[in-house]
Design a protein around this ligand. Structure first.
Ligand code: ARG
Length: 253
C-alpha cells in the first residue's frame, strides 16, 4: 500500500474509534456502555430530537441499569455496526440483528430478546405475495436479512437497496418502489404512522430471532448481558416496555 494511503487509514481509524476493546470490568469502572444502533427503525430504535428512543433503546437502558452503568448511544449506518464492534467502536450493538450463521462467524450474540420476521409491505393495490412481486421493484435496507432474502426471491423486477430503513419506507410511500420488505412490527408501525398511505401487510417471508451483539470472544460481557436480560425478563420490566410499544409481550416463545 502507498505510504500516504496507509497514513490516512491510520488517521481515519483514529478519528472513528475512540474506545479500545473493553472488558466488563473496564465498562463497569467507566460507568458507561457504548451502544451502536441504526436509529431509523421505529418502534425499535429511532430518534426523538437528539435522543435515541424505542423498545430496544429502553431495553438496552434497563440492561445497563442492571449492570450499574449508563448507555451512551452511538448511531451508525446499519451496514457498519458489526464491523464497528470488531474495531472497538462500541461495547454492544443493539439494532435488531437477526441471529444468522454468517453473522455468528463475525460476532457473538446474547440470548434472543425478541422473535419476529420479514414481511412484504405495500400501498393499497400493491403486491402482497411473492407471486405478485414478479417483475416489481422491491425496496430494502442495505445489509439487512430482508435485503438478503429479497435478492433470492425469483422473478423480481429489481431489488433497490437504501442506506436506512427510513429511506426505504419513504421510497414506498413516494411510489418509487412497489413493495418494501421489512420487519413485521416495523411495518405495523409504518401503517399506523402513515394512515393516509393505506399500507397493507402481506406475506411473511421468514422468521428470525433477534439478538444483541458483542465482539467475538467477549464472553464475560455476553454472559453479563444475558444475566441482565434474564433479570429484566423475570422482574416485569421487559413485559412493561414491550406492552408500551406493541400492546403485547414479544419475547420468543
Ligand atoms: N432484522 C433485520 C436484520 O437482521 C434488520 C435490522 C435493521 N435494524 C435497524 N436498526 N435498521 O438484518
Amino acid at each position: 500500500m502507498h505510504k500516504y494511503a496507509l497514513a490516512s487509514l491510520i488517521l481515519l481509524s483514529g478519528a472513528l474509534g475512540t474506545a479500545s476493546a473493553r472488558d466488563l470490568a473496564a465498562i463497569k469502572a467507566s460507568g458507561v456502555l457504548y451502544v451502536g444502533t441504526e436509529p431509523t427503525y421505529a418502534p425499535f430504535t429511532y430518534t426523538q430530537g437528539k435522543k435515541v428512543v424505542g423498545f430496544e433503546a429502553e431495553l438496552a437502558e434497563a440492561i445497563a441499569r442492571k449492570l450499574g452503568v449508563k448507555v451512551e448511544w452511538r448511531p451508525s449506518g446499519f451496514d457498519t455496526l458489526l464491523i464497528g464492534l470488531d474495531r472497538d467502536r462500541f461495547d454492544l450493538v443493539v439494532s435488531s440483528h437477526g441471529i444468522t450463521p454468517e453473522r455468528q462467524k463475525a460476532v457473538d450474540f446474547a440470548t434472543p430478546h425478541y422473535c419476529s420476521g420479514g414481511v412484504v409491505l405495500a400501498r393499497s393495490n400493491g403486491p402482497l405475495t411473492v407471486a405478485a412481486l414478479k417483475g416489481k421493484a422491491v425496496g430494502v435496507q442495505l445489509g439487512t436479512t430482508y435485503a438478503q432474502r429479497a435478492q433470492k426471491l425469483p422473478g423480481l423486477g429489481s431489488v433497490k437497496t437504501y442506506p436506512t430503513n427510513a429511506d426505504a419506507l419513504q421510497m414506498l410511500l413516494g411510489g418509487r418502489v412497489n413493495a418494501f420488505v421489512t420487519d413485521r412490527f416495523v411495518a405495523l408501525e409504518a401503517r399506523k404512522k402513515f394512515p393516509q398511505a393505506n399500507l397493507k401487510l402481506g406475506e411473511m417471508l421468514f422468521q428470525e430471532k433477534i439478538g444483541i451483539a458483542v465482539k467475538k470472544g467477549n464472553t464475560p460481557l455476553r454472559n453479563a448481558v444475558n444475566a441482565a436480560l434474564r433479570g429484566v425478563m423475570a422482574d416485569g420490566t421487559y413485559k412493561k416496555i414491550s406492552t408500551k410499544y406493541f400492546g403485547e409481550d414479544i419475547r420468543c416463545k
